[in-house]
Design a protein around this ligand. Structure first.
Ligand SMILES: [Zn+2]
Length: 95
């Protein structure tokens, strides 16, 4: 399986970008680093809504993303990061 730094799913099913194993215990927003329960790779699980759960694996991510995540972890709390992601989404959708 190709190593992905970003995978998307929902709270019932999201595949790990490293090992491909399905995770179904992501039930809370925590922007601090966690691990995949199968392969133990360090990653962050962003639980935005039931339908929108994201895994980011900093080890595989572009350096800018890695630095951005570190900044978010030290400067923002859980609610602020959700807000930030929603606002970034708006920027990405501008036309
Ligand atoms: Zn894994």
């Amino acid at each position: 399986m190709k190593k992905e730094w970003l995978t998307k799913g929902n709270h019932q099913e999201i595949c790990c970008g490293n090992c491909g194993s399905i995770q179904n215990e992501i039930a809370a927003m925590d922007h601090h680093s966690g691990i995949c329960s199968n392969c133990n790779i360090s990653c962050v699980w962003y639980y935005l809504t039931n339908e929108n759960v994201v895994q980011i694996i900093p080890e595989f991510a572009p350096n800018s993303i890695k630095l951005f995540i570190e900044w978010c972890q030290s400067e923002l709390d859980e609610l602020e990061i959700i807000e930030l992601i929603i606002e970034l989404e708006k920027i990405g959708k501008l036309d």
